[in-house]
Design a protein around this ligand. Structure first.
Ligand code: URA
Length: 212
């Protein structure tokens, strides 16, 4: 009887270099199924030397149509907050953990759905590509999806806000809530409080980014 062959040793996991996160490359992305229903991929925007990188969840309805991040209602709140925090919007790099809009069609409307872990994982190479190109001093994660994507582990925003966190690449993370949460809070006092929290976190991030 011929001796049984032992199977070859498993290949070490290949560490592919992060792809260039260009609009064209994103539009050809087939790493998950979200491209099928979305209008287009939405890359991050901002100058190459940005000290602050803001990471949101995913493009919303308006972002999907325009192909630009944070141009809808949440983006308007974010820009107001940046202005109040004394941060020039054109000097920050703004992007999302997931680059295609995930939604459920309901009549003529497209209802936002929270991206799943596999969407975040599939899209991570693009985020990494942006990180490597921008090399920010600080990453601000806006909401739970962004925090999970950038930090890589499970941690609640409330706890993350009290801790000194860094991304696996060693970039300090300032975790905060998503600006769209301000639009959803029905209670006036809670809304004012949440807005102040986000503002304080953005100010803290900019101090950290500008620290010698
Ligand atoms: N919400 C996000 O997280 N990102 C956008 O680009 C728009 C809304």
């Amino acid at each position: 009887m011929a001796p049984r062959k032992t199977p070859p040793p498993a290949e070490p996991p290949s560490r592919e270099p992060a792809p260039e996160p260009s609009k064209e490359n994103l539009d050809h992305c087939r790493r998950c199924e979200l491209w099928e229903r979305a209008t287009q991929g939405v890359p991050g925007e901002g100058p190459a030397g940005a000290r602050l990188m803001l990471v949101g969840e995913q493009p919303g309805d308006e972002e999907d149509v325009q192909g630009r991040p944070f141009v809808g209602p949440a983006g308007r709140v974010l820009r107001e907050l940046l202005q109040e925090a004394g941060i020039a919007a054109e000097q920050v790099f703004v992007t999302n953990a997931v680059k295609h809009f995930f939604f459920e069609p309901r009549g003529k409307r497209r209802i936002h759905k929270t991206p799943m872990q596999r969407h975040i994982a599939a899209c991570h190479a693009w985020l990494e590509g942006e990180l490597m190109r921008i090399r920010p001093a600080v990453i601000v994660t806006l909401g739970a999806t962004a925090l999970a994507a950038v930090y890589g582990g499970k941690i609640a925003i409330a706890e993350a806000r009290t801790r000194k966190l860094a991304s696996p690449e060693g970039v300090p993370i300032v975790a905060t809530y998503h600006p769209s949460a301000i639009l959803r809070v029905p209670d006036h006092d809670a809304r004012v409080k949440l807005r102040a929290t986000l503002l304080g976190d953005l100010k803290r991030a900019t101090r950290l980014a500008n620290a010698p």
